[in-house]
Design a protein around this ligand. Structure first.
Ligand code: NAI
Ligand code: MG
Length: 358
């Protein structure tokens, strides 16, 4: 029996509701497999915790989380707490503190999921974005001088290190090899305008490509990528992008795969020195919170990514198959998919399917 310790941070709003469904699917998966077991510890961190304590997480939070095998996070955000506080006080602390240098975002349109592009089918939308996750434009380097005066000035500096850039490029190439789709990596850049950072970025991409001669490479400017996502998404396989560019294009990607109810992500510590963190892309959706109407599919897909990270070759495709069956059947869907099912009913339905598929 293999045992794993999972730190669960449900967070705020619908984070709580979707996390319950994610854990349900994890437990069902483990019970069906028989040889794995998950132990959970829950942490009440997030905006409500902040309103009570003045901190988004325990000041010793990173020390507490360090020895877990993985972290599962719902969403954080609360109308009365500024978003930069909730982001910097928890998510970015964990991503940067645990050197989770890759943010992995699969963009895959499942059969039955709504796609806003009229001529594209599921086989046309199936790629993955490797987003740099600890430095770049979000390194937090900068400052403000002469605040509130006419000469006020703000600086925000992007930081690109050779070590980290090489690491995430390498990860992208290896992923293209493993996916075995087109064996292609698209470098997302803007080196025409950003003549230091992105020229450097391109240079590292070209250097790394030398070590992966079996992989096809291409370089697209980020503005063109937004256009090609709509015009020819079928040409993509693996894309590698900086923190800011990756953030932006993956939201467009989420729209292509049916919306925020489908967008899953993993923040990976590639060295496995620290736990990796898995979270749906969506926020705490205060408009839906407490009503059991949030779509838990993004979270259930996130759990699949967590399993892929912890276990090798473990039939996790059955989870996506279970979701697909539910989408095609169309009876157990939440209101964002024009259904009337409750969040927990979708989780139950996925578990029911899993029992038949595994
Ligand atoms: P949001 O993702 O919470 O909601 C955007 C829209 O999508 C809303 O109309 C919402 O109802 C809908 N939606 C989101 N998730 C859904 C789901 N699972 N099923 C059905 N519909 C869903 O983003 P918003 O409204 O910009 O932010 C709300 C709060 O969440 C803010 O405080 C923000 O800072 C925070 N946030 C947190 C994130 C995180 O924890 N990773 C990411 C994005 C936002
Ligand atoms: Mg984003």
């Amino acid at each position: 029996m293999k045992k794993y310790k999972i730190a669960v941070i449900p967070g705020d709003g619908i984070g709580n509701e979707v996390t319950a469904e994610g854990v349900k699917v994890l437990d069902t998966f483990a019970a069906l497999k028989g040889d794995i077991h998950f132990d959970y510890e829950y942490f009440p961190w997030g905006c409500e915790y902040y309103l009570k304590t003045g901190n988004m997480m325990d000041p010793n939070g990173l020390k507490i989380l360090k020895d877990f095998d993985a972290i599962l996070l719902g969403a954080v955000g609360y109308p009365s707490v500024p978003d930069h506080i909730s982001l910097h006080g928890l998510l970015l602390k964990i991503r940067q503190g645990f050197n989770q240098s890759v943010n992995l975002r699969p963009i895959k349109l499942l059969p039955g999921a709504p796609c806003p592009l009229k001529d594209k089918r599921p086989e046309d939308i199936d790629f993955i974005v490797v987003r740099e996750n600890v430095e770049g434009e979000y390194a937090g380097v900068g400052g403000v001088r002469f605040a509130d005066r006419p000469e006020e000035i703000a600086l925000q500096t992007a930081v690109f290190t050779r070590k980290n850039t090489e690491k995430i490029m390498e990860y992208a190439f290896q992923l293209a090899r493993k996916r075995n789709k087109y064996k292609k990596v698209t470098n997302v850049t803007k080196s025409n305008a950003l003549n230091y950072s992105m020229v450097f970025w391109d240079k590292i991409f070209t250097e790394q490509a030398e070590n992966y001669r079996d992989i096809i490479t291409e370089t697209h400017h980020v503005d063109a990528v937004t256009m090609y996502f709509l015009q020819k998404p079928e040409t993509y396989d693996v894309l590698v992008a900086s923190n800011l560019f990756g953030d932006i294009i993956t939201d467009l990607g989420a729209a292509l795969q049916g919306g925020l109810g489908f967008a899953a992500s993993g923040n990976l510590n590639l060295e496995k020195e620290y736990p990796s963190m898995f979270e749906p892309v969506h926020g705490s959706a205060p408009d839906l919170a407490g009503k059991q109407v949030a779509n838990p599919i993004a979270m259930i897909w996130t759990v699949k990514m967590l399993l892929d990270h912890l276990l090798e070759d473990c039939d996790t495709e059955r989870i996506t198959e279970a979701i697909t069956e539910i989408l095609l059947e169309g009876k157990t869907l939440t209101p964002d998919l024009k259904g009337t099912a409750k969040t927990h009913e979708v989780g139950d339905a996925v578990c029911e399917r899993l029992k038949r598929l595994l």
